[in-house]
Ligand binder design. Sequence first.
Ligand SMILES: CC1(C)CN=C(N2CCN(c3ncnc4sc(CC(F)F)cc34)CC2)S1
Length: 487
Amino acid sequence: MAGFIDRDKALFPLKNISSVVEIFKNQLESNHEPDLALLSIIAGAVENSLTCRSNVSIQVVEPKALPILELHTIEDLYNKFHAIMKGAIDVSKSENKACTRETIKKVSDVVWNSLTRSYYKDRAHLQSLYSYLTGRKLDCFGVAFAVVAGCQALGFSDVHLALSEDHAWVVFGESGLETAEVTWHGKGNEDKRGQEIGKGVSARSWLYVNNKPVVCTRAMEVAALVSAINPSLNATLDACEVACLQQELLWLLYDLGHLAKYPMAIGNLGDLEEIAPTPGRVPCSALFQEAILSARTYYNNQHVYPYTYQGGYFYRNKMYKEAFESWANASDVIRLYNYSRDDEEIYKEFLEIANELIPHIMKVISSGFSANSILKKPECFANLLRFYDGICQWEQGSATPVLHIGWAKPLVNTISKFDADVRAQVNIVCESECGSLDERKLPRSNGNTSCFNNNNNYCLSQDHSKSHNLIDQIESKVTKEEEVTNL
Ligand SMILES: CC1(C)CN=C(N2CCN(c3ncnc4sc(CC(F)F)cc34)CC2)S1
């Protein structure tokens, strides 16, 4: 590890965004691995100086200027982190050796036991080592990151961050195949720190992404800390300098190739580009597509968020037909999993799409009678069915139910907006007949998004008993209503 070298120290005091980007660039392009503790302290210090309470007054200063960051501020915190780690763990006998589970547990304990007794864990700005060293507070991701940074400071180059879409753990050992929990997850769950990753029922839960996590290199760990930068000043305002710094750092990492296997980081860059497009860069829509391609290429299409990044973009830009396709593709991913109590985050995501976003779309488009309305398009109806069908299949075989009556009303309301002649153009073909898809609950190898076989038949899921029944029920209910109205 290069550590805090003179070339970087010479850039202090940091007065603007470019000098912060310069330090990250030096660290990423040096022939040593980038120093996670140094970069996390710097990013956290910049974020803190621009977003925390004391700065709620919006100063108008020259563009991209930052409150001055002195060298001693960063150096003192950096030395404090090294002192904490080296004071607690003796590594004299493990020079150039792979780390052990026991040592990882010790590093996790050092971080864990030095945190403030009780604090609001979901608050913003608790992700960096700056927060840990000055406020003794970290969020769930921050603890995992601190353990990896601690192991790096102790000289272990085999300990790396592993990331699912809602959890973080570490991989280590000669093979890099050993895994260990190092932080907590969710509310009121006993932490499993020190244990191997999901051997039990949790193995099939979305939380562990069917053991297809993003396993980071040192540079991807830098991408994770940059992704975790939070520009929020409060619920409605962002500190634009922090958002601008995050965006420039993500482009730096993107150009160096370190986002290629990190779909969520590409998605984060897409969100920033949608708000403030960078001249000369690809459009945000291309980034959302790249994130999807990365998830299909490297993670066997087992990640949901790339499709909800894209669906959210289409929704915000009133591209509703495209949004239905993205959400149906997201649903095709979740159908492979068994819903478990640890999957609340993705449950909330699907609930918002089904019960807020889709009903809103139905409301705003049903007022218009234009011929090219999505209500006239069978592929929109088919994608909506695929969306609902995936959620039904997600529930099947799961210990915890997903659907409840609150889901049915918006669902029926949506389906019934499509006329019978449009619905009739979508043939619901059982997979076995159309012979396209494979075994129950196993990922589609080709990441094929469309569910139509050659004669535009819509293929429902393999184990479609429930969803077929549900959709049959809806169909029959809607038809009955039509019969009544046509009387
Ligand atoms: C389409 C969305 C709702 C928009 N933002 C989404 N995010 C998903 C989570 N985000 C992330 N972005 C980069 N890396 C990571 S690693 C991780 C799990 C945590 F426990 F470590 C989460 C996450 C960023 C924001 S999904």
